[in-house]
Design a protein around this ligand. Structure first.
Ligand SMILES: [Zn+2]
Length: 116
């Protein structure tokens, strides 16, 4: 019986050169769904209840999510000095920026959204 080729071309998948190297890393998708993240991000937002970006613009907006300033996996996920409270609008903006940055570095990270 002929052996199957190890990797078939998958044209429907986006090119991710670094993908093989990245596979041992935990996916942020999984970390965002841990009890620890739910608990610690909630505590963080209790401490910093306002969107920091809105505050920079002089607007008071309640934060809805906790964001990583340096996007995961480029940072330590649990390093709170790298966390910031954001409103939904600023989280989406930041998420798009992070996606571009990670893409430039060949990191394919689709699930950074934190719905909490
Ligand atoms: Zn905001």
């Amino acid at each position: 019986m002929p052996e199957r080729p190890k990797s078939l071309p998958r044209p429907w998948k986006p090119k991710a050169r670094e993908n093989d190297k990245m596979q041992h890393r935990p996916r942020s998708h999984d970390l965002y769904h841990t009890a620890r993240w739910t608990r610690e991000s909630r505590e963080f937002r209790k401490k910093y209840p306002l969107c920091v970006k809105c505050q920079q613009e002089g607007i008071i907006t309640p934060a809805e999510v906790v964001d990583h300033i340096i996007p995961f996996p480029l940072c330590d996920f649990w390093d709170k000095t790298n966390w910031q409270s954001l409103c939904r609008k600023h989280n989406i903006e930041k998420g798009n920026k992070d996606k571009r940055l990670l893409h430039e570095r060949g990191i394919n990270e689709n699930h950074r959204e934190n719905p909490a």
